[in-house]
Write a protein that binds this ligand. Structure first.
Ligand code: NDP
Ligand SMILES: O=C1O[C@H](COP(=O)(O)O)[C@@H](O)[C@H](O)[C@H]1O
Length: 512
């Protein structure tokens, strides 16, 4: 075998061979199904990864025929499929899609759904596994769970499984998340519960563990002896488009992005090596990171370490944007943050004293998510100038776009004098692998069908994350002296207070 052949190929193929199943999507006439779920299933079909004889059933309340539903989804697929749209492939994939009209609250609708799934099994000649995907607003989760239980749909046909995939947001605080977990786990065992965090499905997020644990040169340096600090940035150049203001204004950047996506990235960067790659071994290590986050008690500590802000009118990509409070469906007196910057500490042996700075915001100059690991300076001799920050080693993991990893290091400038200049070693997915990465939802749907929960949030991860977030939200919204709400013009990199957060520590945000 040549050195370049992939020795893991067989394991990976086995891990992802999904069993036959029917996917039922609750809320199938919605935006998520059109933009993400159907294109993901179509692309799995295009790659030959969809289980044989798979079927998709869309569940929603509007009147539609199978044909009408398929035609609507075909239009959406033309717009959103990452590999384009092949009419011949759609003809066979589309034929596997069906529509089932019912209210979420109507038990009869679930009984007739069960009859439909049983009929498909009869037509196939073998019973299929069942994957229920909750692509509805979270206030319907309780009802849907109850109905699945009462109709007996939470049990698969004999010898087959039934699993549930829950979309985010998974609760809006610890109390609601606990309640939801209880409701879901009363109907499905935890092993059959898949809480989506689509950042875990991103190729580059998955690569963090490979980078750290499959290369010998990084892990020995991956600790407070060598790392000065870590930055995680998730910038978006959009505001409240597509009517999202109504939901977003009840959530804010901290709940919408930090509690889930950013904490998942933080966990992958800060976790200890798992003993194996099984879902529980990985998630055991991730949850320890969240549990080790230093808690901020009270508004003073929160104000010192967390900056929240709303955008005011400005321009992004040359287009005028209104301020956050002027957005459609946003309360004109809103106290919801569209930006947050945090200084966090993971109180473990490995990370003692290393700050993790995170920032996330809407209406920033560009869309970019990256993690940067900022190393300490080497001992002063023999290069005294190395104390300057711009000369230190920085490892950048670009989550999106232009996925890849770069390493800044110092090189001697060619010439007769000993002058140094920072240079960059850059690995790009697009050039190194020559093929596009699958969309996060493709990977996650396939994993749920294959019974691999590694890239899904476990109950304790979600609850521990909320426990941390609740204290910040309480300081902001329930204390007598709440930390200030800062401002930043749309199109800027955030409020000056976020810069000051790092300046106070003698550091600066990395320029993206
Ligand atoms: N859209 C996105 O990009 C993302 C969405 N999410 C999450 O996914 C979930 C769904 O989002 P999205 O698709 O945007 O939502 P939409 O509002 O676009 O869709 C809601 C769906 O729920 C159905 N529905 C609502 N009430 C009932 C009812 N009483 N009985 C039966 N069906 C009902 C609607 O059916 P009908 O049309 O028949 O009324 C529709 O199919 C949300 O939790 C959201 O937070 C998460 C990440 C990204
Ligand atoms: O979950 C969410 O994620 C999107 C950003 O996702 P990305 O894959 O485009 O980075 C964010 O816009 C949205 O507010 C949030 O709910």
């Amino acid at each position: 075998m040549s050195e370049l052949e992939n020795p893991f190929q067989e394991t990976l193929i086995q891990r992802h061979r999904a069993e036959p199943c029917t996917v039922v999507i609750f809320g199938a006439t919605g935006d998520l199904t059109h933009r993400k779920l159907i294109p993901a299933l179509y692309n799995l079909a295009a790659g030959g990864d969809l289980p044989p004889q798979a079927k998709v059933v869309g569940f929603a309340r509007r009147d539609k025929t199978d044909e009408g539903f398929r035609a609507e989804l075909e239009e959406a697929n033309k717009k959103h499929s990452r590999q384009g749209h092949d009419p011949a492939l759609w003809a066979s994939f589309g034929a596997s899609i069906h529509y089932h009209k019912s209210e979420f609250q109507d038990l009869e609708g679930y009984k007739s759904l069960k009859a439909l799934l049983d009929k498909f099994d009869e037509e196939r000649g073998v019973p299929a596994n069942r994957l229920f995907y909750l692509a509805s607003a979270p206030e319907f989760f309780d009802e849907i769970m109850l109905m699945l239980k009462q109709s007996g749909l939470n049990e698969g046909p004999e010898g087959k499984w039934a699993r549930v995939v829950c979309e985010k947001p998974f609760g809006k605080d610890l109390k609601t998340a606990r309640h939801l977990n209880q409701v879901v786990n009363d109907v499905f065992a935890e092993k059959d519960t898949y809480r989506i965090d689509h950042y875990l499905g991103k190729e580059t997020a998955q690569n963090i563990m490979v980078l750290r644990f499959a290369n010998v040169m990084f892990e020995p340096l991956w600790n407070s002896t060598y790392i000065d600090h870590v930055q995680i940035t998730c910038a978006e150049n959009l505001g409240m488009e597509g009517g999202r203001g109504g939901y977003y204004d009840t959530a804010g950047a901290l709940r919408d992005m930090v509690q889930n996506h950013l904490f998942q990235l933080l966990s992958l960067v800060a976790m200890e090596p798992p003993s194996d790659l099984g879902a529980d071994a990985v998630r055991d290590e991730k949850v320890k990171v969240i549990r080790s986050l230093r808690r901020y008690k009270g508004p003073e500590e929160v104000a010192k370490n967390i900056v929240r802000a709303q955008y005011t009118a400005g321009s992004v990509d040359g287009v005028e944007r209104v301020g956050y409070r002027q957005e459609d469906r946003v309360n004109p007196e809103s106290k919801t943050e569209s930006y947050v910057a945090l200084r966090l500490f993971v109180d473990t042996w490995r990370w003692q004293g290393v700050p993790f700075y995170m920032r996330v915001g809407k209406q920033l100059p560009k869309k970019a998510t990256e993690i940067s690991i900022h190393f300490k300076a080497p001992p002063q001799v023999p290069f005294p100038t190395l104390q300057q920050r711009g000369t230190r080693n920085v490892l950048v993991i670009r989550i999106q776009p232009d996925e890849g990893i770069s390493l800044r290091m110092l090189s001697k400038l060619p010439g007769v004098q000993l002058l140094m200049q920072p240079v960059k070693m850059d690995f790009r997915y697009s050039t190194s692998f020559g093929k596009a990465s699958p969309e996060a939802y493709e990977r996650l749907l396939l994993d749920a069908m294959a019974g691999d929960a590694t890239l899904f949030a476990r109950r304790d991860e979600v609850e521990n994350a909320w426990a941390f977030i609740d204290e910040l939200e309480n300081a902001w919204h329930k204390s007598g002296n709440p930390p200030p709400m800062c401002e930043y013009p749309a199109g800027s990199w955030g409020p000056k207070e976020a810069d000051e957060l790092l300046q106070a520590d003698g550091r600066v945000w990395r320029r993206l």
